[in-house]
Design a protein around this ligand. Sequence first.
Ligand code: KG4
Ligand code: ZN
Length: 334
Amino acid sequence: MSVKILAIESSCDDTGAAVLVDGKVLSNHIANQKIHEQYGGVVPELASRAHQENIVPVVDIALKTAGVKREELSAIAFTQSPGLIGSLLVGSCFAKSMAMALDIPLIGVHHMQAHVLANFIDDPKPDFPFLCLTVSGGHTQIVLCESPLRMRVIGETLDDAAGEAFDKSAKILGLPYPGGPLIDKYAKTGNPYRFKFTEPKIPELNFSFSGLKTGILYFLQENQQKNPDFIQENLADICASIQERIISILLNKVVKASEETGIRDIAIAGGVSANSGLRSALEVYGKKYHWRTFIPKFEYCTDNAGMIAITAYYKFLAGDFAGLDAVPTARAAF
Ligand code: KG4
Ligand code: ZN
């Protein structure tokens, strides 16, 4: 009998639904919420309301694209943590109701574990053990993965996440939210070595980005005093230099992690792994340090339900189900 899973992702401001059949993601749909742009960040209450509006149509289209009927489903999966609690509650209530109505099991998924397992949606897949640099809007972690469901965080940020470093830098430059993709865009035509931002000295495999943010702020203030048009005239070089520094902070720690663990299968995941500079830098580092590198397709880097579906598949095979009393939580370790 084949395993057919409907997965729902609603941890932040994107409503996602995906359908997986026997380990293959057949559909992956997302409804983005544009409403937050005007506020310069995600407004939790507005996000919950938009999830309510989007969830039924997104689930319908995911089932239709995959050619799977509700009655054929083997389980319903949902993002249980971490995330905005109001957003998580919409997805979990929907998933529970559907699991109850169809009398099939429910699977709760950890969002960060799912980002890592996005590397298992398509081939080639990493071999175990491997290291994953997971970089998103809320997290920056180096994860040591021993099996699909056994992973351990061996390094993480002490303050801002890499995505926040991108978004906050963009904000200082006067770019709209979320600024990460815009920095990526402008960086493409800029000189990454024109401006030098310092690399913080953080012990072990941990990261820190708050000093970089302050450094950028002072650098811009100083230059704008001399030339009020400094940002407009140098936007591409500024973006390229900021991006270059964020990438080197990230990848230099991965080099350290690989040397300490002896692991050379290296993956990246999370929204920031959509960054074109990081994707190409990983290839360059990979050649230099003899790594096998893995990067999910773009659609599986930023928040999506395909990654929830693949994680749920491994949980289904392991018999790891959630009760109907499962409660989503804003924070959770794995
Ligand atoms: O994984 P994700 O979609 O959501 C969270 O779980 O946080 O990550 C969102 C983050 C945002 O900070 C966004 O600016 C960043 O990923 N991001 C990028 C790019 N695309 C998304 N940062 C840099 N370059 C990109 N191309
Ligand atoms: Zn995410």
